[in-house]
Structure formats: C-alpha cells, structure tokens
Design a protein around this ligand. Sequence first.
Ligand code: HEM
Length: 571
Amino acid sequence: MVICCAAANCSNRQGKGEKRAVSFHRFPLKDSKRLIQWLKAVQRENWTPTKYSFLCSEHFTKDSFSKRLEDQHRLLKPTAVPSIFHLAEKKKSPRGHVRGRRKEAGPPPGDVREPREEAGCEAPECSALPVDEEPFVEEEVGEMEVSVPQSEQGAERPSPLEGSSRRPPDNSLAPEPSVPRMSERPALGGRSETDTPAEAGNSDKSGFSVDDFTPPGSGACKFIGSLHSYSFSSRHSRERPSLPREHLDRKRLKRDVEPSCSRSSGAPGTCLAGSTPSSSLTATPQKPSQSSSAPPPDVTPKPATEAVLGQKGDTDANPMSINEVIMSASGACKLIDSLHSYCFSSRPSKSQVCCLREQVEKKNGELKLLRQRVSRSDNQVKKLREKLEEVKRFTFPYLNGLLAPDCETPKMNPVIEPLSWMLGTWLSDPPGDGIYPTLEPFHYLEEVHITHVGQPMLNFSFNAFHPDTKKPMHRECGFIRLKPDSNKVAFVSAQNTGIVEVEEGEVNGQELCIASHSIARISFAAEPRVEQIMRTFRLNAEGRLEQTVSMATTTQPMTQHLHITYKKVTP
Ligand code: HEM
C-alpha cells in the first residue's frame, strides 16, 4: 500500500525517497464541520475524500501538532485544519520531484487506491513496492489521523515531530528501538507475511472480505454483501470514469489487497502495518507500556485494507457532494445493515410460507381422497337406487304409476265431465274377490288408471296382480266415450285373454252401468267362451270406486265373476 498526499501539487507519498519524514493524516470524515474546513483548504473540485485519503504534514502549521508524552511522537491536534498549500504554480519539490497539478476529474490523489499513473502518486512502486521500500505504516494513535512516517533507506532518522521510524537497509521490518509501540505489534494485518494476494483470495480486493458481510449459507446476505462491494466499487468507478471496469478491478485487486507488509519477506513479526482494529479515526492514545502488559494481540486475520487503514465501519465516501460523503459514512452501512435485519426478520415468514405450502399440499391430498370417496359413494347410491327400483317393481308393481313423473294435466274436455268422478289412479283396497261357479274363489290386487288427455274420452287400464306372488294376471285397457249431450256411454276394451269387447250403457250420477254390445275373441282363446259381460262402476259414499263384473259363458249363465273396491291414490 502506498499512501499519497491528496493535496494538489503535492507529490509526497509514503515510501518515496525522502530525506525527511512526513506524516500522513486522514481526512476527518466523521467530523463534518471540520471535514468541510479541510475540503475548503484543499480546494479540489469534483473530488471527495475517502477513508483512504490523506494529507501530509506539510500542509499543517507546526502548531497543528502536539507531542505525545511517552515518546514525543507527533500527533495532529483534533482541531487542526490544513492551511499550507501551493495551488497555483508548479514547483519542484524539495526532494526534486516535479509537482504536477492533479487532474481534477481524476481519481483522488492521496488515496491508497489511486493508480500509479495518476498525478501525486506516479511512482511505479506505488502499487507494488519492492520489499525494501515497503512503507513503514504506523497507526497513529492520536485522534483522527494515521500518521504514516516515511523513511528513506539510509536516511537519517526523522525527528519525532515528523515521523517515527525507518526500516533497516536489510529490508527487515524490525521496529525502531525508539518506537517500542511499533515493535510490539505483530503482523496483524489482514494477512501474514507469507500471504500472497492469491492466498488472500477470500478477501474482496477492496480490502473487505465477502465474509465480512455474508453469514455462511445465507444467499440473501451474500446479495447484501454484494451491495457493500458495489458501494465501494461503484464509487471507485465514478472516480475513474475513463478506465474500463476490468482495468479498475485489476488495479484494485492488486493494490487494495496489499497492505504495507503484504509482500514482505522479512522476519515474522516485523510487519508493522498490522494495526489493530482500534486504529479508528477516534482511537485513543496508547501508552508504550500497554503493549507489553496487554494481552496477546488478536491474530485473527483482518481484511487487508481494514487492517492497514482503519475499521471497515469507516465507510468510503461518495464523490457527489460533501453531504453525501457524510451521509455515506454512516447512512450507507446503516441502510445495508437494515437490509441484513430485514433479511433475517423475513426468514420466519419464508418458513411460514413453506409451512403453509406444505399444509395446502396436504389438504389438497386429503381433498383428492375425499373426492374419490364421494365418487365411490355416488356409484353406490346409483346402484342402490337401481336396486330399489327393481324391488319396487317386484313388490308393488301397481305403484309404478305413482312413481311416474308428473306432467301437466291438460284441460278436461267438457264432454267427459259426467264421468270425471272416475278420473284418477286407484288401487285395490281391500284386494278384489274373484268368484265363478266353475272356479275356486280367489283374491287379486288391481291398479287402475283412468285419465284423459283433453280429448272427449277417458283412457283406462286395469292391471291385476296375484296378491301373493304379485305376478301380473288379467290386464285390459281401452277408452270410455260419452255421446255428446247425453249420458250414453261406450266402453271399448282389449283384454290380454284375447277378448276385444264393446260395452255400452249410461252414466247416472256417479254410477256407470254398461253391458256388452259386441265381443270378439281370438281364434285360440281359452274356453269357455264368454257370451255376455255386464259391469257397474260407482263411486260409493266413502269416495271409493267400486267395480262389479258379471259374465255369461257357454257353460254358465250370467253370474258375478268379480267385485273390487278401489281407493283413490291420485287425483
Ligand atoms: C271382464 C273381464 C273378465 C272376463 C270376461 C273374464 C272371463 C273369464 C272366463 C270366461 C273364465 C273361464 C271360466 C271357466 O273356466 O269356466 C275366467 C276364469 C278366470 N278368471 Fe276371468 N275374466 C275377466 C276378468 C278377470 C279378472 C280381472 C281376474 C283377476 C285376476 C280374473 C281371474 C280369473 C281366474 C283366476 C280364472 C280361473 C282360471 C283361468 O281360467 O284362468 N278374471 N275368466
């Protein structure tokens, strides 16, 4: 790491051949009031300091410094404001360097990430210093600044006021005996002396490890961690708009991971760049004795840049404005931290969603089973209905008419009105009685349908069943007509025994008396032949329909054959 002075026309940098020590001091990023004072004094346009920006001690008056009691080490006073600048002219530095005016739109000089070719840090070793030029970086314990004394190989030891140490010519990073505080610091940088940039691959090249922001196994946190990286990289890009991103990344990769001891091959423990995390901008002074009595230093690897330049809590600055610099110092990380908080707080919801999804899938499975059960039940119900219909047909065949679907009854023809009392469905009640001289008495069930369809006639059907077996017996059907404007009735019937007959008579009130007018029979009808038939229908006082049938055969005179009473079951 090379630290350069951010002042225009100042080429002071750490590690450059200097005859005298110059210390470097961070910009007071956390003290907005004083930061503005610094920026006004620096007078650099379109530039914003970052935590990697420094001013060298040449821009401060002598009274800006104080001495630490313990070792007379020079400290920048917390109220110091730079005031010594050479802004207008080019001049040759006392050390022979030409101070070129910095490019205003270029990346910040003095920034440790500044490319080597940029003004103010043009030394080729800026990004990869030879080991023997590896800068001695001392973490200044005074408030605000990191004092980075530079020493030249073989140069005289600088005064305590200007710096603190130099490295031995043999490239040993052994501490200066007069600066025990440094010698007591082991190589606590983000990497050990044997680390190589490749070995530090887990660390972001900006000096921040992805793991710094990413809890293991957390995809969301990795994303948020990338926001951190973007926060730094995007600013970096804005500061170098003319450079391709790959170029920038390559440079940053190379430069940012190299703390002052990164390439050191010196003896272990000689790396003085490894500052502790306490090297924040508000670090309090340390006594030399504290080091000797302090517990063993934390050897946990730290991100390289953090180890060298300060805590990662010191956010980089946004180059857009001073206010944004201040805001970004605290706001950006707060925002990202809040994303972390949201990330963690939202996880229970995600698990709840997963839980609910499992429940929904489970319910869907149950619903599928229920549908299968309902389907099976529907089939069972269908089969049961079919069985019931079959049972009804066999048990109460005369009820078929009752189960017939309803249909709108047409308006009755007035001609048949005298016979309207016969309309309806009738069931035998009690069973009918059959008698005849040649027969054993018997009983039977009968279902009668007497209807009309709007025509001037009645339609009838008589269906007899065996009372025990329910098997069909005698059946006949036909029509009953009325002669208009009279009570004369014609009864036309066709019987299953092979007889077709016409009976005529009169209707009187609720009684119909008819007698055979003509009887026809099939050639193979059973004997004895029916010679004459007489019937009487009446509606009795109880509202029941009664029928009486008498007949005369070739062997028997007119004798009653049937009597039955029906109970009306439908209109
Ligand atoms: C107007 C309608 C009917 C006429 C004209 C009629 C006529 C006859 C005749 C001629 C016989 C033979 C008698 C004999 O052998 O001497 C007979 C027998 C018989 N009829 Fe009727 N019948 C009628 C209605 C019924 C009805 C509604 C039943 C009810 C179940 C019935 C049941 C019987 C039985 C059981 C016999 C005896 C066995 C047989 O020959 O089949 N008849 N019927």
